[in-house]
Design a protein around this ligand. Structure first.
Ligand code: ATP
Length: 258
């Protein structure tokens, strides 16, 4: 029987006293490739952060491989690619150092990096096409290249489950294809993937399930919606004033338009 990577029941989150998740039930089983979609501000990032225990729930429960986040000990099983942020938070670090930090959950405390760590880092850098930039300052890279570094950091940990928050946001077509190839390899290796995306683009054929978040609730959970019309157009801005009004049901657009 397949394991359950995430199981949220009645998940609620309030930020600054405002409800952001309003009772979410979401179970993700091993091997699923789930796209979380929805309009800006609908609560997608908050949902994935809550699934990981990074944002505490104000109601309901969430389990990581059967354990509440506070008791979860197998962090190496999960690789998180956060929404793009300034890598290093102002602390100078090379690309290799950032990617190597993805091995932390796999190491015994204070033990030196071993050959297998170095090999995993080299494989991750190669997968995202940054082997030749390993010694460069991560902060000196472009936004799209920094996104590749964050993906490589997750790959380096060789986790069972990947959680990626908008991995394709603002990256060029080449990087999107590279990510699609990388994900295809992970999918064929049986990895579990949860990704937040406005545009699935070349990732679309890999997705097995689409979850649409609307105003902090799940408005659709099932087959991924088909891109149509403007929503399928590369570069579409995804500001959908009508999205909040749309009823749950069969979907066409990425934002959950009926
Ligand atoms: N740290 C915070 N403090 C207060 N409110 C927050 C915080 N983070 C997010 N919010 C609010 O919670 C709501 C949901 O934000 P979230 O980032 O989860 O949305 P999203 O669907 O991921 O949006 P986007 O597509 O723009 O990334 C928004 O209204 C946002 O303003």
């Amino acid at each position: 029987m397949s394991e359950t990577a995430f199981a949220m029941t009645g998940g609620r989150v309030a930020l600054d006293g405002r409800p952001v998740l309003a009772g979410v039930d979401l179970t993700v089983r091993e091997g699923e490739v789930v796209a979380i979609m929805g309009a800006n501000g609908s609560g997608k990032s908050t949902l994935v952060r809550a699934l990981l225990g990074l944002t505490p729930l104000s109601g309901g429960t969430t389990l990581l491989y059967g354990s509440p986040p506070a008791r979860f000990r197998h962090w190496w099983r999960i690789g998180y690619v956060p929404q793009r942020l300034a890598i290093g938070g102002g602390v100078p670090a090379t690309v290799r150092e950032v990617v190597t930090s993805g091995r932390v959950a796999r190491r015994r405390r204070l033990s030196p990096y071993r050959q297998e760590d170095r090999e995993a880092v080299a494989r991750a850098l190669e997968a995202v096409g940054l082997s030749d930039r390993a010694g460069d300052s991560a902060q000196a890279l472009s936004g799209g290249q920094q996104q590749r570094v964050l993906i490589a950091r997750a790959l380096a940990g060789e986790p069972d489950t990947y959680v990626m928050d908008e991995p394709t946001a603002g990256v060029d077509a080449g990087t999107q294809r590279l990510l699609a190839d990388t994900l295809a390899r992970l999918v064929s290796a049986g990895k579990t993937i949860v990704l937040v995306a406005h545009e699935l683009g070349p990732l679309e054929p890999l997705i097995t399930r689409g979850v649409v978040v609307r105003e902090g609730r799940i408005a659709h959970d099932g087959p991924p919606p088909e891109p149509e019309g403007d929503c399928a157009r590369p570069g579409h801005e995804h500001v959908h004033p009508h999205a909040a009004e749309a009823a749950a049901g069969p979907l066409r657009g990425w934002q959950g338009e009926p």
